[in-house]
Design a protein around this ligand. Structure first.
Ligand code: SF4
Length: 341
């Protein structure tokens, strides 16, 4: 029997936003997908070793994930992410990522480094799909079109689940039929997450910083265990967030940075719905230094508690959790005070 081609997808960076799109497309082409392991110490250390020193922590981690796939796949899927909304581009480190990976000095299978760019002429999405299929060696246009339709459907469903408040790991289980929405909702009820929804915190940051439990020290789940209702930018309709592109004198140039910033401004406008903001920033991230300051100043102007947490290669659960607990305790105390007063 003919051996199936294996495409490896690194579980990092844009994976958190696009995995269903990529995986469904590749699988519907009749090609097998393998993903790298969840981030662990080895992946982080391998990434640090082979990446330029001044790269941000998510870029280093991404390299570790690519290396994890080196001997497991025939191709590594590392598209050049340029523009996902036709307007802003991804940050410069994203743009140069396939080149950084290629010249990392590690022996790797061929990269699928197709450009994902929805700016410019219409049909960017289709061009992307056809180019990926061509690199893998699939030429049948009907097969490619069918795979593209299925992939776009899965991507839409994934985004919709996140809008409904499911974090990526849970939404993926639903998209790939490992769990039903009813099962996940029941689990939420028994986990204590929805027992005491009195403190609502906006957890803002790039998906690859927030949802990678290893580099974020599990901030999201820790907050849930503390009885906090967590709001992230994925739960805000894009149309609502986009309103704030007109509020800022100048938008950021970068896709994820705009989403985080607009979400912060949107939630501050709806101040009554949240009790505080936590901004998770990545060490070595240039855009984050501006976003962090913008959010801090806006939160201050709205008299809303704000906590900035920076993740780096030495982030330990202890230090992060102590700060989280202190912040949440302060919000509880504030609420009690407001009730008494
Ligand atoms: S936006 Fe920041 S954290 Fe993300 S890849 Fe670029 S530099 Fe790194």
């Amino acid at each position: 029997m003919k051996k199936k081609i294996l495409v490896g997808i690194p579980r990092s960076l844009a994976y958190y936003s696009f995995y269903p799109l990529w995986r469904v497309f590749i699988e519907k082409l009749g090609v097998q997908v393998v993903i790298s392991k969840a981030t662990n110490r080895k992946i982080l250390e391998d990434g640090i070793k082979e990446t330029v020193n001044d790269a941000c922590i998510p870029i280093k981690v991404y390299h570790g994930h690519v290396f994890d796939l080196a001997d497991k796949a025939d191709f590594i899927f590392s598209p050049r992410m340029v523009s996902a909304d036709g307007k802003a581009t991804f940050c410069p480190k994203f743009l140069g990522l396939p080149d950084m990976v290629k010249f990392s000095g590690v022996d790797l299978p061929p990269l699928i480094d197709t450009r994902y760019d929805l700016s410019g002429l219409p049909g960017g999405q289709l061009r992307f799909f056809f180019s990926v299929a061509h690199t893998i060696g699939i030429k049948n246009p009907f097969k490619v079109l069918y795979a593209a339709v299925c992939a776009l459907r899965a991507h839409k469903r994934y985004n919709k689940l996140q809008l409904q408040g499911f974090k990526p790991a849970d939404a993926l289980q639903v998209v790939f039929n490992q769990k039903t929405i009813t099962e996940l909702s029941k689990e939420k009820l028994t986990s204590g997450a929805s027992r005491a929804k009195k403190v609502v915190i906006a957890l803002l940051g790039y998906p690859y910083a927030i949802y990678d439990p290893y580099i974020s020290a599990g901030i999201y789940d820790k907050l849930v265990r503390l009885g906090v209702e967590v709001v992230t930018y994925e739960q805000i309709p894009l149309k609502e967030m986009r309103r704030f592109s007109k509020v800022l004198p100048q938008n950021f140039f970068w896709y994820y940075s705009n989403q985080v910033c607009w979400a912060g401004l949107y939630l501050l406008e709806q101040k009554k719905k949240i009790d505080g903001i936590i901004h998770v920033t990545a060490f070595g991230c240039g855009p984050d230094s501006m976003i962090d300051k913008t959010l801090e100043l806006e939160a201050k102007a709205a008299a809303l508690p704000f906590l900035s947490l920076t993740i780096d290669e030495h982030t330990g659960e202890g230090g992060v959790w102590t700060r989280l607990e202190a912040f949440v305790d302060m919000l509880w105390a504030k609420q009690v005070q407001n009730k008494v007063g």
